[in-house]
Design a protein around this ligand. Structure first.
Ligand SMILES: Nc1ncnc2c1ncn2[C@@H]1O[C@H](COP(=O)(O)OP(=O)(O)OP(=O)(O)O)[C@@H](O)[C@H]1O
Ligand SMILES: [Mg+2]
Length: 263
């Protein structure tokens, strides 16, 4: 089956290409040989029931987990990611379901955590100028998301769940050069913020980045997706352009209805 990329005639390598990913936890086969591509400019909705393997797959694609078997290529180069920092070095960032912000650090410190400006600016001697610039960039990123915080200098532990999620999303969109993986980015957000995130995802893809988004909000995610991948029991059971795809088709793939009926 031709991929969406070959249909559209793209020549550049996929931002992410995975082949035969396997990941087991004890007796649980979370991923049973997953093939997947994410191209620049697309929004891939990664769908599936609870326990289908979506979060595990995402974590294998960004270095949080090391798959037991399988290959990963980023921008056409074979890689082995040992940590999320490795993935970030290749221009891939992730927004988790279970958020990975440091609660005791401020919003600003979280946004710049692990990035060059932090070392040369915040912790460096000539830090004052960089610090002001950082605060401005962080403010701008949060404002673009429509998030009003009392200050970027308060610790993350003092934010609501939705505000924390917004900070994580702002952080990802600020730093990413190639691809963003989002695991339920709007789960803790209200309607207005969810709309803003949806627009942001579309805008991020329009900048040429690949975005993969996991969501249980099928109507909303199918509005912004250009391609849909459905996982069931750790396998890809559907990988198809979103255009013309009905919600019914997706749900059938998620629960395996078509298979049960047709054999
Ligand atoms: N760290 C872990 N240790 C043991 N088992 C795990 C671990 N992480 C995931 N699993 C198991 O792997 C399977 C896939 O889990 P995963 O979290 O990837 O599903 P998911 O598709 O993200 O589900 P949800 O929609 O509920 O978030 C499940 O059976 C889960 O219990
Ligand atoms: Mg999950």
């Amino acid at each position: 089956m031709p991929t969406s990329a070959s249909i559209e005639g793209r020549d550049e390598p996929a931002v992410i290409r995975a082949r035969g990913l396997i990941k087991t936890f004890g007796h649980v086969a979370a991923l049973q040989g997953v093939d997947l591509e994410l191209y620049g400019g697309e929004v891939v909705a990664l769908l599936g029931d609870n326990g289908a393997g979506k979060s595990t797959l995402t974590k294998c694609l960004c270095g949080v987990y090391q798959p037991d078997a399988g290959e990963l290529e980023l921008a056409g180069r074979p890689v082995q990611l040992r940590s999320i920092r490795d993935a970030e070095a290749y221009g891939i960032s992730v927004v988790y379901q279970d958020l990975a912000l440091a609660p005791d650090l401020t919003v600003l410190e979280n946004i710049f955590l692990g990035h060059e400006l932090l070392r040369t600016g915040l912790l460096g001697r000539a830090g004052a100028l960089a610090r002001g610039e950082m605060a401005q960039r962080a403010d701008a990123a949060l404002q673009a998301l429509g998030i009003d915080l009392p200050s970027v200098r308060i610790p993350v532990s003092e934010l609501s769940g939705g505000q924390r999620q917004a900070v994580a999303i702002a952080r990802a969109t600020m730093w990413t050069r190639a691809g963003i993986l989002m695991d339920e980015p709007t789960a803790a957000l209200g309607t207005r913020q969810s709309d803003i995130v949806a627009n942001l995802i579309t805008a991020t893809a329009a900048r040429g980045l690949g975005v993969m988004v996991i969501s249980h909000d099928l109507p909303r995610v199918m509005e912004i997706a250009t391609r849909v991948i459905v996982l069931r029991h750790g396998r890809v059971v559907l990988d198809t352009p979103a255009q013309g795809l009905s919600r019914r088709d997706v749900v059938d793939a998620m629960v395996g209805y078509a298979e049960e009926v047709h054999g």
